[in-house]
Design a protein around this ligand. Structure first.
Ligand code: NAD
Length: 491
């Protein structure tokens, strides 16, 4: 039984799963609300045991033919998939804005073009990866990147379309078949993606989508021994559960997790530029894994930096994300809002000074003011734990050694930002232990470059060749140049 489509501001979205090329409804459903005004957007299928089993079987059955096509013959399918996303650009923008509270302007100018590129870039990149020869005196080696099998993709709610396609592109281009378990707080754009998969003519079973909770179909799927890979983006707590389940079956998993990244402002920084960029850390209401949420500012420029940053923050437009002028939208869910409030309240009780913000924002029930807390100790909860809301901390430092120690002084190691005279800032950036760091800039990304974290921020890298190292089985085929004579003394 399939269900009638939901109507999301005039755009039809199926609330069903997508398994073996067809929509599949569920007796069990969960409710999805808009973070903008708490309106019920609809009831979405909650995957049960039979749905998970059907998805795994469909992906397994589709694997031999899809993997045998080779990268060149898969590419037209993926190029069409990217085109189909482009054809539905407005639907993706409107639906994700209503479902996840992401700015409509950001969807239009950033996320949808990037989602298309996430598919087409990896389709192209796969062409160069199929075989790498290594010639030695003894033998020809052919290093192959073979498809691995059935891949499970699990993504969080803060950027569902971007993060799902970022994994889907290379997984499919490598010749794998895929099961997606979308985030239950923002599941709707993944459903639109299924429409694109069907319209692009991908064979049934190559992409399957099982909707539902983490504890339900999420936990069931990650424990399946038939998976070849699990690619996860989300929180550290969930990653631990997934790694345990994957470990029981020795299924390799890639984990892109949270961050508590340093934003360093050296004494020789251009303060206006640094402060303008620091205000950007409130983007998406701070629900951005790679944001530099710990401002570490040289004591000699700290007061001035704070004044300049305040000027930028005061001008931010907080409001409805569907309004083109809005710069900061809502917090995804009442539970996430409670989490943000709890962090700020506990920091306040521990003696932190609220420089600005520190309370819900009057625009709506799920809005929180951009907040800056100073007077915070390095070992305090607010400095050590990821808030995932519009809350930054401010700490002063007086030497390069001290700031490097502070920057490295959490369990996280995702990203970082360092403002200062370029050579000086680069020297500091080199000493910060993270997966990536931006010097005098923020957010510059390239799909060929590695992305990922160290320490509690994750295991593995995505992007370019790194995505294929994960999604492929690398095999060395060795053919000797001279006739091989068997011998027990042979090495
Ligand atoms: P989450 O870990 O709660 O959920 C992420 C996904 O995991 C959801 O789809 C959820 O249903 C699923 N899940 C939950 N429990 C599961 C289980 N037991 N088994 C299988 N799946 C399960 O994270 P969230 O709250 O949705 O997202 C916020 C987190 O994601 C933050 O920590 C943020 O930093 C992180 N994040 C990281 C990156 C990155 O690239 N490093 C990007 C975006 C977000």
């Amino acid at each position: 039984m399939t269900s009638s489509p939901l109507n999301i501001a005039g755009h039809p979205v199926s609330p069903d799963h997508f398994i073996n090329g067809a929509r599949v409804g569920s007796a069990q459903c969960f409710e999805v609300f808009s973070p903008i005004d708490q309106q019920l957007l609809g009831r979405v299928a909650e995957g049960g045991a039979a749905d998970c089993e059907a998805a795994v079987q469909a992906a397994q059955a589709a694997f031999p033919a899809w993997s045998a096509l080779g990268a060149a013959r898969r590419k037209p399918f993926l190029d069409r998939l990217a085109e189909e996303i482009g054809k539905r650009a407005e639907a993706f923008c409107v639906v994700e804005s209503n479902d996840a509270g992401v700015l409509l302007s950001r969807m239009r100018h950033g996320v949808v073009p990037r989602a298309m590129l996430n598919i087409s870039f990896f389709a192209e990149h796969a062409l160069g990866l199929q075989e790498r020869p290594i010639e030695t005196e003894q033998a020809h080696h052919r290093v192959r990147h073979d498809p691995a099998g059935v891949v499970l993709i699990i993504t969080p709610w803060n950027a569902p379309l971007m993060l799902t396609t970022w994994k889907l592109g290379p997984a499919l281009a490598a010749g794998n078949t895929v099961i997606i378990k979308p985030p239950e707080w923002a599941p709707l754009t993944c459903s639109l993606l299924a429409d694109c998969v069907a319209a692009a003519g991908l064979p049934p079973g190559v992409v399957n989508i099982v909707q539902g909770s983490g504890a339900g179909p999420g936990a069931r799927l990650v424990a399946d021994p038939r998976l070849a890979r699990i690619s996860f983006t989300g929180s550290v707590a969930t990653a631990r559960l997934i790694a345990q389940a994957a470990g029981a079956n020795l299924v390799p998993c890639s984990l892109e997790l949270g961050g508590k990244s340093p934003f360093i402002v050296l004494e020789d920084a251009d303060l206006d530029n640094a402060a303008a960029t620091a205000a950007l850390m409130y983007r998406n209401a701070g629900q951005v894994c790679l944001a530099g949420t710990r401002l570490l500012v040289h004591e000699r420029v700290l007061t001035r930096f704070k004044e300049v940053m305040r000027g930028f923050v005061d001008k931010l437009t907080i409001g409805d994300p569907r309004d083109e002028a809005t710069e900061i939208g809502p917090i995804i869910h009442p539970r996430q809002l409670e989490r943000v409030k709890g962090f700020v309240e506990r920091a306040r009780q521990a003696g932190a000074t609220i420089e600005w913000g520190g309370a819900p924002h009057p625009f709506g029930a799920q809005y929180y003011q951009p907040t800056l807390l100073s007077g915070v100790a390095q070992d305090s909860e607010i400095v050590q734990q990821e808030v995932f809301g519009p809350v930054l901390t401010l700490q002063g430092f007086s030497t390069d050694e001290q700031v490097v120690q502070m920057a490295n002084g959490t369990d996280y190691g995702l990203g970082g930002v360092c403002y200062g005279e370029t050579a000086h800032a680069t020297a500091i950036a080199d000493q910060v232990r993270t997966g990536f760091i931006w010097v005098n800039s923020f957010g510059i990304r390239d799909l060929a470059a590695p992305f990922g974290g160290i320490k509690r921020s994750g295991i593995g890298r995505e992007g370019g060749d790194w995505s294929f190292e994960f999604f492929c089985d690398v095999k060395d085929v060795v053919v000797p140049k001279k006739p091989f004579k068997a011998s027990f003394s042979h090495r």
